[in-house]
Design a protein around this ligand. Structure first.
Ligand SMILES: *Cc1c(COP(=O)(O)O)cnc(C)c1O
Length: 499
């Protein structure tokens, strides 16, 4: 399997090369040249597989330049019992029409661990395979969860340095503490004055800055990305769509061959795009429901065909979805435009120069065949958290609540569409205790991160996950808050100090 850029200007590359580079040289995203297909028998066999075996089965379709043993060792290292417990994913059945797939049992309590524990394993093997002698510097722009998950995935990984930039005013207190207390000899964290899009734009610019690349190369470094633009982030996420389907069969809520819907809380469009690949590979998916918070640029796009980032950036209680430029949508456009890289380049240039682009109706019809979009307001998010706790005695975080609400609305709007809906649950509620408490205990006045978590535990009986216990007592190791314009110098400073 070879990879090409969504902007069409680069030739075919191996998966190891695509994972090492992150972004293609022409600014595009790496895309598999064909999408592998599974037969119904293949999928039937998956029902009895454990998560590790299933992961290897799917990875080996895409990462054909890795040996089978490399994929097995990478997978075992990523999803070890020590990091994820006995089973990394869990299906909770809420009703005969809805289940919640918990993807947050990893070391940072967010679904990003599913990809970011595996990706460093794939990357270090990619360095060997491509004969790379330089150290890889991972630059991450984060809206909260990616930062910590990438730090945990890469800390102390041989041959790598990791530098994370987060919007200093745009992440939850627990998320900030998680990042700023990270230990490890190859990690650095900066808060930036700006929002997530400012951080992401600046990081993307550094990736295509030839002078900067030259300077780093002279020092023995190359840049790569752990953001969901990296194929190494995307491919592990395809696995849990298959595993969710198999778990729904095992729980007797569907029968083999039935179609299901997935509702996905969406920001950078990476998680839901993995669902598109799963569908194309033969998984019986009926609809992918794209759940947006108040930054509903994707829902608006799905409903109107106009992508328009010229709008107010809203800070919400689901901060990991506070994004106006959804990078992975570029991959979907490339597939929907029949692999026309020149057309994708045109739209992306429009986005850069005018902040908007407009996709023709015929293409939008194809997109709407697979995707439905729903915007969920802050109040609706709180109400959904409250209701799910009160009626189902089940606690969800604000991101998951956005998707649950979207799933519910989709089902109400399509009463004849009877498919079981699997809602992807992307974070443990304790990562967002303060906002969860707003929903389940309106009179509570938020105090410290620690006491909020304590109170939530007393109120709900749900246990505080081990990685979040004692967070406030850890030393703050990364306290710098910098201007976007200072990023380059700060990166150089850290690398010089560390080499
Ligand atoms: C990153 C994240 C999302 C959004 O996922 P995308 O792949 O960016 O669409 C949703 N919820 C949580 C908790 C996240 O961390």
């Amino acid at each position: 399997m070879l990879y090409k850029s969504s902007r069409g200007a680069e030739g075919l590359m191996t998966s190891a090369y695509a994972i090492k580079m992150g972004l293609a040289e022409d600014g595009g995203l790496y895309i598999p040249a064909q999408i592998p297909k599974f037969t119904q028998e293949d999928i039937q066999e998956m029902v009895e597989m454990d998560y590790h075996t299933l992961t290897v089965k799917i990875l080996k379709e895409f990462l054909t330049d890795y040996t089978y043993l490399e994929l097995v060792s990478a997978t075992d290292a990523a999803y070890s019992e020590k990091k994820f417990g006995a089973k990394p994913v869990k299906l909770q059945i809420l009703s005969n029409s809805t289940g919640v797939y918990e993807l947050w049992h990893g070391p940072t309590c967010a679904f990003k661990d599913m990809a970011l524990q595996l990706m460093p394993q794939l990357l270090t093997r990619a360095l060997e395979k491509t004969g790379e002698d330089k150290k890889v510097v991972i630059l991450v722009a984060t809206s909260g969860d990616t930062g910590k998950a990438a730090l945990e995935g890469f800390k102390n990984v041989e041959g790598t340095e990791i530098i994370v930039f987060y919007p200093s005013e745009g992440v939850s207190p627990a998320q900030q503490l998680q990042m700023t207390t990270t230990e490890g000899n190859n990690v650095k964290v900066f808060g930036i004055k700006g929002n997530f899009d400012d951080a992401q734009r600046a990081v993307k610019k550094l990736f295509v800055d030839a002078d900067f690349a030259k300077e780093l190369a002279d020092g023995g470094f190359i840049l790569s990305s752990a953001n969901s633009i990296n194929w190494g982030r995307l491919v592990p996420q395809i696995v849990y769509y298959f595993s969710a389907y198999c778990d729904a069969i095992k729980n007797d809520v569907i029968q083999f061959g039935d179609k299901v819907d997935f509702a996905v809380p969406t920001g950078n469009f990476g998680d839901i795009l993995a669902g598109y690949y799963a569908k194309e590979m033969g998984l019986p998916i009926h609809k992918l429901i794209c759940a947006s918070n108040s930054n509903d640029v994707l829902t608006e796009f799905i409903n109107t065909g106009v992508y328009n980032k010229n709008r107010e950036f809203v800070k919400t209680i689901s901060p990991s979805m506070d994004i106006l430029v959804s990078s992975n949508l570029e991959r979907l456009l490339y597939h929907m435009l029949n692999l026309d890289g020149a057309k994708v380049t045109e739209y992306m240039n429009d986005l850069q120069s005018k902040g908007t682009y407009n996709i023709p109706g015929k293409i939008m019809e194809k997109i709407r065949n697979v995707f439905a979009g729903y915007k969920v307001t802050e109040q609706e998010t709180l109400d959904r958290m409250q209701l799910t706790h009160a009626v189902k005695n089940y606690l969800v975080d604000p991101h998951t609540a956005v998707a649950l609400e979207a799933a519910n609305r989709y089902q109400n709007d399509n009463p004849t569409d009877k498919h079981f809906c699997i809602v992807l649950s992307t974070a443990n509620p304790y990562k967002f205790s303060k906002d969860v408490l707003q929903a389940v205990d309106k009179d509570y006045v938020s105090q410290t991160v620690e006491s909020d978590m304590q109170h939530l535990q007393e109120k709900t009986g749900m246990e505080i996950p081990a990685p979040l216990q004692g967070l406030a007592k850890k030393p703050l190791l990364h306290q710098d808050i910098i201007e976007v314009g200072e990023m380059k110098e700060k990166i150089k400073g850290f690398l010089i100090k560390n080499s």
